[in-house]
Design a protein around this ligand. Sequence first.
Ligand code: ZN
Length: 336
Amino acid sequence: MSVPSSDSEFVTRSDTSVYETDEPVLYAVEAGIASLTLNRPAFNNAQNSQMTYALDAALRRAVDDDEVKVIVLRGAGKHFSAGHDIGTPGRDINKPFERAHLWWDHTNKPGGEYLYAREQEVYLGMCRRWRELPKPTIAMVQGACIAGGLMLAWVCDLIVASDDAFFQDPVVRMGIPGVEYFAHPYEMNPRIAKEFLMCGDRMPASRAYEVGMVNRVVSRDELEAVTYALAAKIATQPRMGLALTKQAINHVEDLAGKRTAMDAVFAWHHFAHVHNAINHVEDLAGKRTAMDAVFAWHHFAHVHNELLSGDKLGGYDAKAMAKANKQAAASEGESA
Ligand code: ZN
């Protein structure tokens, strides 16, 4: 059997990141409440891999610590998080890390596989893992909560926002249908979600409260006190009662399609990444439900192939397909 040509094709990418801190996430525990603080205030807590892996480790630590009943996720400085790091000196997209999931390292992979493998791990995979951790989590949000910042707030069970906070997913401007953790139509009414995405405007905290996306809106001065009072109240409840309640509600959301919808949109998201890389227009004919998802994966494969071989069909025309079929049949005949 011959190895498909793309399987032996690897790419060398250099990591040029320079970190401004060794502690992108701060960790502290007091009175049963763990505080995890995104700590890149000079870059509005832009999330590089250094930060997402540190956050994953900090959450693991908080789950393992029997003293911790509730986890508060917060951001140092003026803003909660400006999103994924797409341009600070610490942008480390080409640095390999010891991974949290079973996807292979992305850094040397060609075409669409590069971002697909990466985002399965650091974005979709980690966010789902964090959403499902068995202790209650509260996002304490001030200032900007943009794109990847939304993902961190949304995976938390509760959100407390200051009245100067705003929420925004502007990535449609990049030709991409929203961030990787596509929870928009579950976090708000679908029609509001369409407006949120199509306009890409900032949703003020007051509006986020109206649409049920956040639990409390308070002044910046009160933000910490209100968040920790809520955490302290929840911390008096029994551990398993909290874990099961969280699982129950997450399960209901998943039964309402949250998980499967996210898988489908993740494929569309990656179609957009590779489409942007190729920068040409393909017609997408709409289909429904499962077919939609597979159709998106299918097109992901087309553009991935085009990136690798310059051809949407991976270098195969009808003749070459027939020839490959005949060869495969012949070699099966030999081994049979
Ligand atoms: Zn992406």
